[in-house]
Design a protein around this ligand. Structure first.
Ligand code: TRP
Ligand code: SF4
Length: 326
């Protein structure tokens, strides 16, 4: 029996290389299973409620990124959370049985309140983020959820909520496991973690010229102020990409950096000569999809219909177990 897999991303921005290496590449490997990949627009709204237009644009941008990166709508179900209203309804149901203390002690809640200082996140919806995520997962009775480490507290909460529901009413829900893939922390062009909020991303939609330019502007080891200064590849974001896209040569790159035999400009050029051809077909596929937006939208609607069949069955079971409705 194939495993039921579910995961999702928030459409807050176009996707970047960090999303590809950190998530999409793992998702692609799971497409042989019974896989569901969602665009979590309700979740985007929990933090971006003041910039809704962005979310709407980014939904289609992210679907195009999914397809361009190689997710195949014939092998997995790709859907939009808000087109499956059962997510919102189950979230409401689960909110009745979720103790406030579970949500208040959620570490990602505390972190985000700290990090997103410019936004007022003292809202009901933001506190309830993991309840909605639990609904996403439980509706499909997913066996496994591929996520990054930062999402583990949400998965644990999801299991706790499932256990509580099953215990209070009837065993409707399945406790999903996390699939943690050792995903590298991908650095951005400034050496910090690659993230849209830092403006340091290389996007899947970037043209080869843009990729080259971004690489040539990357920071390197700050200790190499002059050409003859010896370098430390382990702290250099350019080197990180050598270890992924120029594996066969990584030892040489490291050695020549440490001995100052190579300069950063040539080193970047060499890295770009591997990275750019890797991203080029993704960029081209994406360009092609940009010309077929209506079709892309249609595929998302189709995927959402498929998802809804399953979601509505589970919601029905859950409501029956509780005894709500007639
Ligand atoms: N919270 C996840 C993130 O920020 C996105 C997400 C929403 C998700 N619903 C999900 C991930 C369900 C896995 C399963 O990355
Ligand atoms: Fe980074 Fe290469 Fe410069 Fe070394 S030589 S600091 S690895 S860019």
């Amino acid at each position: 029996m194939p495993k039921r897999i579910l995961s999702g991303m928030r459409p807050t921005a176009k996707l970047h290389l960090g999303n590809l290496l950190g998530a999409l590449d793992n998702w692609k490997k799971l497409e042989g299973e019974d896989s569901y990949f969602m665009i979590a627009d309700w979740h985007a709204l929990t933090t971006e409620y003041a910039s809704r237009a962005e979310i709407k644009n980014n939904v289609i941008e992210v679907v195009m990124d999914y397809f361009a990166a190689g997710l195949d709508p014939n092998r997995s179900t790709i859907f939009l959370q808000s087109l499956v209203p059962e997510h919102a309804e189950l979230a409401l149901l689960l909110s009745m049985i979720t103790p406030l203390s579970w949500l208040e002690r959620n570490p990602t809640y505390k972190d985000q309140l700290q990090e997103q200082k410019g936004k007022d996140l003292s809202t009901h919806g933001f506190l309830g983020y993991p309840v909605l995520q639990a609904a996403d997962i439980l509706l499909y009775k997913a066996d496994a959820v591929p996520v990054g480490e930062d999402q583990l507290p949400h998965l644990e909460l999801c299991r706790e909520i499932a256990r509580r529901f099953n215990h209070l009413y009837k065993p409707v829900f399945k406790e999903a496991e996390a699939i943690l893939t050792k995903t590298p922390k991908v650095p951005g062009t400034d050496g910090r973690k690659m993230s849209k909020s830092y403006g340091n991303t290389i996007d899947l939609s970037d043209s080869p010229q843009e990729v080259d330019k971004k690489v040539m502007n990357m920071v390197t080891d700050p200790a190499r102020k002059r050409r003859e200064d010896k370098g430390h590849p382990e702290v250099c974001p350019v080197y990180f990409f050598h270890t992924i896209f120029n594996k066969a040569n990584q030892e040489t790159v490291a050695k020549e950096c440490r001995s100052a035999e190579r300069g950063c400009v040539e080193c970047k050029r060499e890295m770009a000569s591997h990275l750019t051809p890797f991203l080029k077909p993704i960029h081209e596929k994406r360009k092609e999809l940009e010309g077929k937006r209506a079709q892309v939208k249609e595929m998302l609607i189709e995927g959402s219909k498929k998802a809804r069949k399953i979601a509505s069955e589970t919601l029905h079971e859950a409501k029956e177990a509780v005894g709500i409705g007639i």
